[in-house]
Design a protein around this ligand. Structure first.
Ligand SMILES: Cc1cc2nc3c(=O)[nH]c(=O)nc-3n(C[C@H](O)[C@H](O)[C@H](O)COP(=O)(O)OP(=O)(O)OC[C@H]3O[C@@H](n4cnc5c(N)ncnc54)[C@H](O)[C@@H]3O)c2cc1C
Length: 333
């Protein structure tokens, strides 16, 4: 009854990284409750080595419903499978990623099992004494941080922002169980058939997926100056992001906004250019591996958090960096 479930996400038989991030969240909760952590995998083609990785990264038990009929994500079918499992096993908590599929599936499931759901959580904990899940998320446009609980219903259900926690390191010595369940044909919703899908690449710069993100703020002075960052990003095979201030001024599109009311990123390298480092912006970058700050103000908040700080005028520093990278690329050819 006290078990924690996380919903693994897969696409075309490959587990997405967020499945492992959720296990880290789930592991902390399960350890607090002294209970077990389950990973639920629904789909087709997920091989045994990936299922074992779920155990190596924190799961005690993996429940798998694998069938060619589950190749594409059909919300109604996935919910029917989950509803059946939830009613049978009665988990304490179900966590899913706040992705398109997680955000589609979880409200539907919450209604089916008659419980509440908190979307887009940034923090989770267990309330001492009651065992309620404490679900923390920004509310009222990000102006307050609210902690929400569902005291009268179970399971607790929450979606969690991708990239807001790193996965646990693989531990090959961890032991767990993999339970394969057969798809009940009655669970297939025949009203929806997926005939194919199309990946939109044109015009998109996916900062959430990028290993390197160069972000610009108000210090850039005008939208045209983002071309400097684009040039630097190209040299590092990276993407360009921005603060809300830059987005609100129309210098760059909202899809590139990083922070509390934008995207959470977790690149290997983040370079903040002309960015002060407000708490709302920092909320979106804190799991970046290496943070570099370029700011003329030595007291800028971003410098305090950064692994490397360059105190200087960005209009001098950025061209020098780009030029240096260009010459390094030429030297290495
Ligand atoms: C509800 C709410 C939600 C929000 N959500 C977000 C969010 O998701 N993301 C986000 O980013 N913000 C968000 N904000 C806004 C946030 O509070 C800050 O206003 C914003 O992050 C500041 O952006 P900035 O760093 O570009 O600008 P500023 O704070 O004005 O900083 C500009 C920096 O540029 C430096 N600079 C100026 N000229 C140069 C130069 N020539 N060379 C080098 N450095 C220079 C300055 O020293 C300064 O530090 C939110 C605010 C609210 C109230």
């Amino acid at each position: 009854m006290n078990n924690i479930w996380t919903l693994a996400e897969q696409h075309e038989g490959k587990l997405k990284g967020v499945s492992f991030e959720l296990l880290h969240r789930g592991r902390l909760l399960a350890d607090t409750l002294k209970s077990k952590l389950f990973s639920i995998v629904i789909g087709s083609g997920v091989d045994d080595s990936q299922l074992n990785e779920l155990i190596e990264r924190g799961a005690d038990e993996v429940i798998v419903v694998k069938d060619p009929a589950l190749k594409g994500f059909v919300c109604e079918t996935y919910v029917k499978i989950l509803e059946r499992l939830v009613k049978e096993h009665k988990p304490h908590t179900i966590l899913a990623a706040a992705t398109t599929s997680g955000r589609t599936l979880m409200p539907y499931l919450a209604i089916k099992v008659n419980t509440g759901l908190t979307a887009d959580c940034t923090d989770l904990d267990i309330e001492p004494g009651t065992g309620n899940l404490l679900q923390t998320r920004p509310a009222i446009g990000g102006n307050i941080i609210a902690t929400i609980k569902t005291p009268d219903h179970r399971p607790n259900m929450a979606t969690v922002r991708p990239k807001s926690m790193r996965p646990l390191e693989k531990d090959k010595s961890r032991k767990g169980t993999i339970v394969n369940l057969k798809l009940n044909p009655a669970d297939i919703d025949g009203r929806v058939t997926i005939t194919g899908y199309h990946v939109e690449t044109e015009g998109f710069d996916h900062i959430e997926e990028a290993d390197v993100v160069i972000a610009g703020g108000k210090g850039l002075k005008k939208g045209d100056n983002f071309s400097m960052l684009r040039e630097l990003a190209d040299k590092l095979d990276g993407s360009v992001g921005a603060t809300r201030d830059a987005v609100d001024r129309g210098w760059i599109s909202y899809s590139q906004q990083i922070g509390l009311s934008g995207k959470t990123i977790s690149p290997k390298l983040y370079i903040g250019v002309g960015i002060s480092g407000s708490v709302q912006h920092l909320a979106g970058i804190k799991t970046s591996e290496t943070i570099v700050s370029i700011n003329s103000d030595p007291n800028a908040q971003l410098h305090q958090l950064a692994d490397f700080s360059i105190v200087g005028d960005l209009f001098e520093v950025v061209p020098v960096l780009t030029k240096r990278l260009k010459s390094m690329n030429t030297e290495s050819k």
